[in-house]
Design a protein around this ligand. Structure first.
Ligand code: F3S
Length: 641
């Protein structure tokens, strides 16, 4: 039977289950990655599993989110991560080396490999032909311990690319076009597999831009075939041995098809405050721009920054437009330097930042109040930039550079001839000596914990129906940033669940944490696509610490739903979406937890006397995990039997 690329990788890694869309499957995982914001929790969870060494082919621990190291907490976290890596056989990438996804693409990703990462943009490695999925830290910890990773067998969408990009259109505009077409929940339960003659016109870093932001579609992942361009990229990166060809068989079948003619695309922008609010850049002409930020895991490759540097040559950005440039890795930085392009960026008046996430999560580089910030990033959720009332637009590096030079959006028709996309230099400087490779035997390594590393809490099993209070009635598209905001204070507390829990929902509802603590059990009610955005498991773990036992929503985002299960919170779906109107804050509610069966409806009893029917899409195993008080309890219990 002919197979597409997704089916080939899945069938080669299938531990259990059948490859029929929607069925639960377990996959053997070859590689894992963690980043510091989610990695401390993943490492604490890995330690709790009692395994003496990681069981994957490769696990890498990157420090890229909180490199500013304000106070002792972040450095303590980084030291903890470094010593855990040495002890358990994990490669460690210190702060400043680069952003996890760019580094992984350049140094470790492989065609045909399975990768899970505790970051939602892990699909970046799909640009190389990896099946790369974002997951909660606990799922990654289990993969590091050699446990299979469980997903629903996705539907595979063939995105058939024809023609090639012309003019000022770029890879970013391909994914913005898809987002505009499909919306932020258009990819749920799907893998986007790119195919067609247009694929050959895209380099691996361009493909990685597209697969990176496939996360914004809510997709399980996105990937490209591995072809001659992939071989060329890996060869230039000094890893020709990691290349294997991986293409769909003739006659392979797909669940759906989307066709895009690349020549038809023009520069696009996602307007505030959602990545799917896509319009043409031309339609924004005349909008003043206070800040331009170039970088992030989406658009910080050599080609991205070299094209910006070429546009900046001999020019100065507008003084009114604070312009920030953060290279994705030290390798990108070294290439810019060796090709003489760094000077263009420095001379342009742009601020050169460290190779890290930085402004993407408001870690430095926040826009001015009510400012318009034009970013090459992947998310523009309200407040994520660190400035609550900022208006953030997502664009390509070329569009961002033109906004920096003009101080406003201008019509691409006035930009003249579009530049060539720069090719990777023939000789690429290595940064292999920047990584810390673990010793063969780490048993004598002492794991160093600062006072900020608080031991994990063990949650009680579900052994009775739950009488609870409705703590909040939230709307549609609530992001993990709404639930557990990113930013300096919060990220300093990521290893300290009791402390971080004080900030749950604080930007929407300042008294949420205190109300939750004053009630034994809580329920969150929400609209569509609850928990979209990052893989941040604190958005489930911290509410669970505060006593949240169930979330009742119209629908859930994939990774967050998995995180709720992992921490013993019931994700319940309203059968009749209109019933959402029955819920009020502070209302008492009984969740018949013991009567819940996988895939079966049950009635919630409200203090108003109304009964509201909810259903779940849980497998029996997921239900058992919730009943055990979360995945860690479930695994410990299974191992002790
Ligand atoms: Fe970092 Fe932002 Fe990507 S936080 S991993 S640059 S989405």
């Amino acid at each position: 039977m002919p197979q597409n690329v997704t089916q080939k990788i899945i069938s080669g890694h299938l531990v259990s289950g059948i490859m029929s869309a929607g069925s639960e499957i377990e996959l053997r995982i070859d590689q894992t990655l963690t980043q510091d914001a989610t990695g401390t929790m993943a490492c604490l969870q890995f330690e709790a599993l009692g395994v003496d060494r990681v069981k994957t082919d490769l696990s890498v621990s990157y420090v890229d989110h909180n490199t500013l190291q304000m106070g002792f907490r972040n450095p303590d976290d980084h030291r903890y991560l470094k010593t855990v890596a040495e002890k358990y056989g994990i490669v460690f990438s210190p702060a400043g080396t680069g952003i996890c996804h760019q580094l992984h693409l350049e140094n470790f990703g492989k065609p045909g490999a399975t990768l899970v990462g505790s970051d939602s943009h892990t699909p970046t490695a799909g640009g190389l032909g990896s099946l790369a999925m974002g997951a909660g830290g606990l799922s990654v910890a289990l993969a590091m311990a050699g446990e299979p990773y469980t997903i629903s067998m996705p539907q595979v969408v063939r995105v058939y690319l024809e023609g090639e990009l012309t003019g000022w259109a770029s890879a970013k505009d391909v994914i913005l076009h898809l987002l505009g077409m499909l919306t932020v929940k258009g990819g749920v339960g799907k893998v986007f597999e790119f195919a067609g003659p247009g694929v050959a016109s895209l380099s691996v870093p361009e493909r990685a831009v597209i697969t990176n932001m496939g996360a914004e579609l809510g997709a399980t992942t996105s990937l490209f075939p591995s072809d001659e361009n992939t071989r060329e990229f890996l060869t230039r990166m000094g890893r020709p041995q990691d290349w294997t060809e991986l293409v769909a068989d003739e006659g392979a079948e797909y669940d759906e098809e989307i066709r895009i003619t690349l020549n038809d695309l023009e520069p696009l922008a996602a307007k505030p405050h959602m990545p799917d609010q896509v319009v043409t850049v031309a339609s924004l002409a005349g909008t003043k721009v206070n800040q331009v930020a170039i970088g992030s895991c989406t658009n910080s490759s050599y080609a991205d920054l070299a094209s910006v540097a070429n546009l900046f040559a001999g020019k100065h950005v507008k003084f009114e437009t604070d312009t920030l440039v953060s290279p994705g890795s030290k390798q990108v930085l070294k290439m810019l330097a060796s090709e003489g392009l760094l000077e263009n960026i420095i001379d342009s008046g742009a601020r050169l930042l460290e190779c890290s996430c930085g402004p993407c999560i408001g870690m430095g580089g926040s826009p001015v109040s009510e400012g318009v910030s034009v970013r090459t990033f992947n998310r523009n959720f309200e407040g994520r930039s660190g400035t609550k009332d900022a208006q953030v637009y997502l664009v390509s590096p070329l569009t961002a550079a033109m906004a920096a030079l003009h101080g406003e959006f201008t019509d691409p028709a006035s930009w003249g001839d579009a530049p060539q996309i720069p090719e990777l230099p023939q000789t690429i400087p290595s940064i292999r000596n920047q990584f810390i490779f673990p010793p063969e035997d780490g048993s004598k390594v002492e794991v160093l914990r600062g006072p900020n590393i608080v031991p994990l809490e063990q949650f009680a099993a579900v052994d009775a129906d739950i009488d609870a209070n409705v703590l909040i009635v939230a709307g549609d598209n609530i992001t993990t940033d709404h639930i557990m905001p990113a930013g300096a204070v919060i990220t300093a507390l990521r290893s300290n669940v009791p402390a971080i829990s004080e900030h749950v929902f604080e930007r929407m509802d300042a008294s949420f944490a205190s109300r939750a603590k004053n009630t034994a059990n809580g329920v969150i009610v929400a609209g569509e696509n609850y928990g979209q955005g990052s893989s941040r498991e604190h958005a489930a773990l911290a509410p669970r610490h505060l006593g949240v036992r169930a979330v009742v929503a119209k629908s859930f985002a994939r990774i967050h739903r998995a995180n709720l299960v992992n921490f013993g919170i019931l994700p319940l779906i309203l059968v009749d979406k209109e019933a959402y109107a029955e819920f009020m804050q502070e209302q008492k509610i009984t969740v018949p937890a013991l009567a819940i069966a996988a895939g079966e409806p049950v009635e919630l009893i409200l203090s108003s006397g109304k009964r509201v029917t909810v259903i779940n899409d849980l497998t029996q195993k997921e239900l058992d995990i919730i009943r055990a008080g979360g995945l860690l309890n479930y695994v410990r219990f299974s191992k002790s039997r």
